[in-house]
Design a protein around this ligand. Structure first.
Ligand code: ACO
Length: 346
């Protein structure tokens, strides 16, 4: 069954389970108060509009360092070695280098010598897109063990003089080891995209330039493109993103529930991308479920984009909140605009 704008995945193949989680967090914790020395803001504004109290920002750490930490923790919990991995996918929009990509650098660092490695770019939904990709490889028999990492060093693409964005984000990485299983694990994943609204969150790529293009411009004058004008730092239409999130996330949750036959009450926890407290409470209200079922840690980490869902799962696991058999819905949403949600049995 394939619907317009949505990828629904056929479940009639091998079961796939998440068998380990891990996180990599930079050392340097930056409070809201610390940001008041950079921009005209204050702790009260940031807390009341977003729920964020602090975030971790990379200083001497690279993305590879954070992903390595997350991967090693996840492998340890899964009880497998890096050599057993068939696949490594890193979801990121902030790799250390364009070449080699983040997954190849991670492979080298952890010694996943038998794995095929690639990066995936779907912004804050990246972890869910990567998780689904790994799931499909395993379901199709092309892999037995996969490592899925969402990791970002957003601090390098943020304008630290722009108070409307710099207070929102943090750095970090979260990883999951995914494996073929005899028991139910990832029951369903629903992905969707609305590229028409992409301009709500933008960041420039390296500008096009080569001798032939320059010669063309000399001969024909400036090239007009229909590309939207994006800056070299993240820009955001916060209210558009807000409206998008509170519409698409509930839709995504209801679709997952419809596909799997569960009700909102059957779900033990909702683990959503940690963008904004008001988005989370609005989604809880819209789906008609107690906010207590929503895990929140954005007060501590800020918005870590592709890393936020796996980091939340690690914390929940460490706190003993995730018991075998529990049902958890995870949803990522953000740049693109994209969204992706899934239901897993712990
Ligand atoms: N400190 C103090 N004042 C600020 C700050 C700040 N850090 N940032 C903006 N303001 C001011 C603005 O300049 C504006 O002042 P003005 O009224 O004098 O012009 C005022 O606060 C209100 O600004 P808005 O942008 O209208 O504030 P809003 O209530 O919409 O909150 C926010 C902004 C928190 C970004 C909100 O739009 C939101 O939650 N959007 C969702 C998007 C989101 O969470 N994005 C995260 C990244 S994307 C993702 O992960 C999916």
């Amino acid at each position: 069954m394939i619907e317009r704008g949505t990828i629904f995945c056929d479940n009639n193949m091998a079961e796939v389970k998440i068998i380990g989680f891990g996180e990599g967090i930079p050392k340097r914790c930056v409070s809201n108060d610390a940001l008041t020395t950079l921009v005209d803001t204050n702790d009260e504004w940031i807390r009341s509009r977003t729920g964020i109290q602090q975030r971790y920002i990379a200083t001497d750490e690279t993305l590879t360092d954070l992903c390595t930490q997350a991967a090693q923790n996840a492998l340890e919990q899964a009880g497998i070695t890096a050599e057993q991995l068939d696949l490594v996918i890193v979801a990121t929009l902030t790799p250390d280098l364009a070449l080699p990509n983040a997954s190849c650098m991670l492979q080298k660092s952890i010694g996943a010598v038998n794995a095929a490695c690639f990066d995936l770019s779907a912004a804050c939904s990246g972890f869910m897109y990567a998780l689904n990709t790994a799931r499909m490889y395993i379901k199709g028999g092309a892999a037995k063990y996969a490592l899925v990492v969402g990791g970002e060093i957003l601090s390098k693409i943020i304008d630290w003089t722009d108070r409307s964005t710099c207070v929102l984000f943090g750095d970090g990485a979260g990883a999951a080891v995914v494996a073929k299983s005899d028991e139910p694990g990832i029951l369903d994943i629903v992905l969707g995209t609305d590229g028409a609204k992409g301009e709500a969150l933008m960041l420039e790529e390296r500008p096009s330039d080569n001798p032939f293009r320059r010669q063309y411009i000399e001969e024909n004058g400036a090239i007009e493109t229909n590309l939207p004008s994006a800056g070299s730092f993240v820009s955001m239409n916060g209210q558009e993103v807000f409206k998008f999130a509170v519409k698409r996330v509930p839709e995504c949750i209801f679709k997952i529930l419809e596909n799997t036959g569960y009700s909102v009450e059957d779900i033990d926890y909702y683990v959503l991308h940690q963008a904004n407290l008001r988005i989370l409470s609005c989604v809880a209200k819209k789906i008609g479920v107690s906010y207590d079922k929503f895990y929140v840690n954005l007060d501590k980490y800020g918005n870590t984009s592709a890393a936020s869902v796996p980091i939340a799962l690690v914390e929940m696991s460490k706190k003993g909140m995730l018991k075998k058999g529990m049902k958890v819905i995870m949803v990522g949403f953000g740049g693109g605009l994209t969204w992706g949600g899934g239901l897993v049995i712990i």
